[in-house]
Design a protein around this ligand. Structure first.
Ligand code: ADP
Length: 488
């Protein structure tokens, strides 16, 4: 079925990019294809922006800034609330676009929409609460104030794995703060981004406040250079690989931009002997197989204590083997395709490496057609194996056995990654002790669905800088200004 026929409103399928409130072609006139990862079939084509398009988009964001910034928080909140309502009304179409270009099962896409729009609702509310401070002055003839003001023109570069939520989590706080923004979505998933833009226009978000540039992989590098190099841009928010995060941060250094980064995770999932086994299994299955394991907070290292290890491996293998892999639009499918053939090759390499080094394949282990990969459980994983050191980003549960808490802590903390960690135990003292010793930005204790709009999302070490969502997330888009008022 054609994508437009799946949509209730075909008008949400945009094949131009959004700049200055207008749907436009690239200056070069070129386009690139968007494919369905489940079938490999082209579903749309969108403009292939180049460096000059990026400059035009920054021009538009710069022009739109003074009037958007000048609105009261309450006025911005009202417009954003309308945007939220329209996103909710089009939730099903947005879910269809996500499944079509990203591949995740439709139910998961619906959950992403619900999660993603919650940031628009939340930050619309927060727009009214951007407060400053009156400080107690050490001098009787001076009054001291701290104001919080929008940082200015922002740019966002976003990944393909959550085509809606990774945009709303950045754009909503930026707009609430009074900033304008240029977004460059991932080349694999531009359609959801453009639909979000259409709904923003319909909600009355003024032209130039939200601009969305689409570009293929090669042109994304050129567009990225302009977005991170233009001195008029004050802030970069990026979600993606640590490697690209480093490049973009370096590019931002020449003009000292503020950067917010959400990078690789490589999360440990820790199960102690005293854990509720079924709770841990449910948590592991949902966290690991969501989006076929392609999430930065997806557990990538499973450490299970010796006393519960064999039961955990047997049970999770049985449950994994029962999951259905297939096209995200087919009813009953639990796991969709990986994003592309390269992703499948990487997962296969991690599996093959583990087996070559002595791990045991308990279930799965093989790719299907196109981008599909079977849910896989491997036991006997050691530190020497690639999957212990690098993110697999696929539906693979590699289990390592540990004996003591001290041994666990020595392996669970990672010198590079520090995004999320999960631990399962019924011992309250142990839960506190281990959670405090784990060097990660987010910890799930007997819980694996940890992210929501109220919680601060972000990592430590090389997993990122700054926080998204929550009452803290808007700080990334604000500058503090100090006023000293003399009373002579
Ligand atoms: P992933 O490995 O998840 O595909 P990437 O970090 O490669 O993540 O990509 C995330 C986003 O960063 C995408 O929008 C992609 O187009 C963009 N990107 C990748 N490399 C660069 C680069 N050198 N400069 C600017 N943007 C880039």
């Amino acid at each position: 079925m054609k994508l437009s026929e799946r949509l209730k409103e075909a008008g949400l399928l945009k094949q131009h990019f959004l700049c200055d409130g207008q749907w436009q072609a690239a200056l070069s006139g070129t386009q690139f294809a968007v494919a369905d990862p489940a079938t490999g079939v082209q579903i749309a084509s969108v403009p292939n922006a180049e460096a000059a398009d990026a400059t035009v988009a920054i021009d538009a964001a710069e022009r739109a800034l003074p009037s958007w910034r000048a609105l009261t928080g309450k006025q911005r909140a009202r417009t954003m609330r309308r945007w939220y309502d329209l996103l909710c009304e089009s939730a099903e179409d947005l879910a269809v676009l996500i499944s079509a270009e990203e591949g995740k099962p439709l139910n998961e896409a619906r959950a992403e929409v619900e999660y993603g729009v919650s940031f628009v609702e939340w930050f619309a509310e927060e727009a009214k609460r951007i407060d400053g401070d009156v400080l107690q002055s050490p001098h009787s003839d001076k009054r001291l104030l701290a104001l919080r003001q929008p940082i200015g023109v922002c740019v966002s570069i976003t990944p393909w794995n959550f085509p809606l939520a990774m945009i709303t989590r950045k754009v909503a706080p930026a707009l609430a703060a009074g900033c304008t923004i240029v977004v460059k979505p991932a080349e694999q998933t531009p359609l959801t981004a453009l639909a979000i833009g259409e709904l923003a226009l319909r909600a009355g978000i003024p032209g130039g406040v939200l601009n969305i540039l689409t570009a293929d992989s090669a042109n994304s590098v050129l567009v990225g250079e302009v977005l991170t190099g233009d001195p008029r841009v004050a802030h970069l928010s990026f979600t993606g690989s640590t490697e690209v995060g480093r490049i973009l941060m370096r590019q931002c250094a020449s003009t000292i931009k503020k950067v917010s980064l959400e990078l690789g995770g490589h999360a440990p999932f820790i199960v102690f002997d005293d854990a509720d086994l079924e709770g841990a299994i449910e948590g592991a299955l949902s966290a690991k197989y969501r989006n076929a394991g392609q999430a930065c907070i997806s557990p990538n290292r499973f450490y299970v204590q010796a006393g519960i290890h064999d039961r955990f491996v047997a049970r999770i293998s049985e449950r994994s083997a029962a999951l259905r892999v297939g096209n995200g639009f087919d009813p009953g499918v639990n796991i969709g395709p990986l994003i592309d053939a390269q992703a499948v090759t990487k997962v296969q390499q991690h599996v093959d490496d583990a087996i070559r080094q002595g791990a045991q394949l308990v279930t799965g282990g093989k790719p299907g057609e196109l981008g599909f990969f079977q849910p896989t459980v491997i036991a006997g994983v050691t530190h020497a194996m690639v999957m212990s050191r690098e993110e697999t980003f696929g539906p693979v549960i590699g289990v390592a056995r540990f004996e003591t808490e001290a041994e666990l802590l020595a392996i669970a903390n990672h010198k590079e990654y520090g995004l999320a960690a999960y631990l399962y135990t019924r011992d309250l003292a142990r839960a506190w002790r281990v959670a405090e010793a784990l060097e990660f930005g987010m910890i799930g204790i007997n819980a694996s669905a940890i992210s929501n709009e109220v919680a601060p999302f972000g990592g430590v070490k090389q997993s990122g800088l700054g926080r998204e969502g929550s009452k803290y997330g808007i700080d990334e888009y604000l500058e503090m200004k100090y006023l000293c008022v003399g009373l002579q």
